[in-house]
Design a protein around this ligand. Structure first.
Ligand code: F6P
Length: 481
């Protein structure tokens, strides 16, 4: 992708994320296929890239494989390789064993290892070098998420001509927690390589500005950081969203509607289906949610003939100890409840440890009367927005944690503190019992918020702040479908 002089690449718009939107999967017979990567980042950014074009730089999900840039379903993808030891130390280690728990309220204890940090620096440099080759002169380069916080400064050193944006998809911790990080200053300086640093919420942007002032000593005023070389870095909140119209369209598809009816049928056509869909992650509050539903059943507040709970847990970071332990714990909890109160062909919880295509998710959203999204801490949580986008019938209820970023926007949900099991039981019960009028009242308001603040709006807000002259025109989703 370099130009004829070999100096610059040709991509005017570049996204850099830890993962490409697709993972390379090698079957036992050696054949390879591509599978949509897990997580909200891909769901959100894929439609943006489809509309804007440009190149997406990322890891393709398998170790020790060097692949050439290629086009997949219209997207230009530039793979970055990771060795097996880099997967262990940079991805599973520093990204998901140090930063992930530290940035999520230390729900699990973060581990600090110097060799993990060294791998993080090495891999961040590789991503920055790849971006420096791919980006056209004066290009816009948008770096994503906590795995790549050093890339902005590294890229600026290599390519001072490009405009650099950074967006953090997960929470940014308060100063008291961030200060535990032995490499706190390096991370802050890495982020300050960007022209614009975006967060999900105002509080996170405030935490960043405060830390930069306290730890790096730069002058700050409101959302601006003044660097000694005269550069100004801005930090603001841009709550991420989804392709809301796309999800609604999918939910209206007759095949999806039929599949939703089939799901209800195979669950025995209960009065209420309660649904949870999450990556299997200790931040998601799965344990608390299952306990709350279990107690409602065992105490008789909800009869197992009337309500079933479907929990989809997408496999995630399976070699990291805390994730292995969580899986065992959830298996045990579900097994105990089903063993205690289930009857033949009627388990109160249907637990699926699997990842499904988006159409199947849309069918599940359509089938569910109550959606429970109860993370202990979450940057945004796009599942909550997907559920709302799919409920064009103005039916269904959303139970949502106060500690999900989405709670700031989805105020008409049944908001809960997931640490308060009794409070959560009451909210689930209220949601289960809500009549059609109450459901419609809340859902209409939720839908207004989600349909009007979609992913195009998010991308345009960020990009027009990053590079005012070049931002794309907003493509309003069509709502008459
Ligand atoms: O949103 C947080 C995030 O870590 C994304 O960066 C990532 O795409 C997603 O969750 C899934 O995580 P992983 O790539 O580790 O499976």
């Amino acid at each position: 992708m370099a130009d004829s002089s070999g100096k610059f690449g040709s991509a005017e718009f570049v996204v850099i994320a830890n993962r490409l939107p697709v993972d390379r999967v090698v079957a036992p017979d050696g054949s390879t296929t591509w599978r949509t990567s897990p997580g909200g980042l891909v769901t959100a950014l894929e439609p943006v890239m489809r509309r804007k074009g440009g190149a997406w730089i990322g890891w393709h999900g398998a170790p020790d494989e060097k692949l050439r840039p290629f086009t997949h379903q219209g997207l230009k993808l530039v793979p970055v390789h990771l060795s097996e030891s880099e997967v262990v130390e940079y991805y599973e280690g520093f990204s998901n064993g140090t930063l992930w728990p530290l940035y999520h309220d230390v729900i699990a204890p973060p581990a600090f290892h110097r060799e993990w940090w060294d791998a993080y620096v090495t891999v961040n440099r590789r991503f920055a070098e790849r971006a420096a080759k791919v980006a056209a002169e004066g290009a816009i380069v948008w770096v994503q998420d906590y795995q790549l916080q050093l890339v902005p400064a590294m890229l600026r050193e290599l390519r001072p001509d490009v405009r650099i944006g950074f967006f953090l998809h997960i929470p940014f911790p308060p100063t008291e927690l961030f200060q535990q990080l032995p490499w706190r200053r390096e991370i802050l300086e890495g982020l300050l390589g960007a022209d614009l640093v975006g967060f999900q919420l105002n509080g996170a942007a405030g935490n960043f500005i405060r830390l930069v002032r306290q730890r790096v000593g730069h002058k700050t005023h409101r959302d601006a950081v003044y660097l000694p070389d005269g550069r100004v870095v801005r930090a603001n909140a841009y709550p991420i969203s989804i392709d809301a119209a796309g999800f609604e369209e999918m939910a209206r598809d007759p095949a999806v509607v039929a599949r939703a009816a089939e799901i209800r049928e195979s669950l025995g056509n209960p009065r209420t289906i309660v649904l949870g869909i999450d990556r299997l992650d200790y931040t998601k509050g799965l344990r608390q949610r299952i306990r709350a539903f279990g107690e409602l059943i065992t105490e008789g507040a909800v009869h197992p003939d009337d309500a079933v709970f479907v929990q989809v847990a997408t496999p995630s970071r399976e070699r990291v100890d805390q994730y292995r332990m969580l899986r065992d714990e959830i298996d045990r909890l579900v097994g105990r409840l089903n063993g205690d109160v289930g009857r033949i062909g009627q388990p109160p919880i249907t637990y699926l440890h699997a990842s499904y295509p988006r159409e199947e998710m849309a069918a599940l959203y359509r089938a569910a009367d109550v959606m429970v999204v109860t993370p202990l801490r979450d940057g945004m949580n796009l599942v909550a927005k997907e559920y709302v986008a799919c409920r064009y019938d103005d039916r269904g209820s959303l139970v949502l944690s106060e500690f999900a970023g989405a709670a700031g926007e989805l105020k008409q949900a049944y908001l809960v503190n997931p640490y308060d099991i009794n409070g959560m039981k009451q909210a689930m019960l209220d949601a289960i019992k809500a009549g059609p009028k109450e459901q419609a009242r809340r859902m209409k308001a939720l839908r207004k918020q989600v349909m009007e603040n979609d992913i195009d709006q998010w991308a345009n807000d960020f990009l027009s702040e990053l590079a005012p002259a070049t931002h794309t025109k907003r493509t309003r989703p069509s709502r008459e479908q």
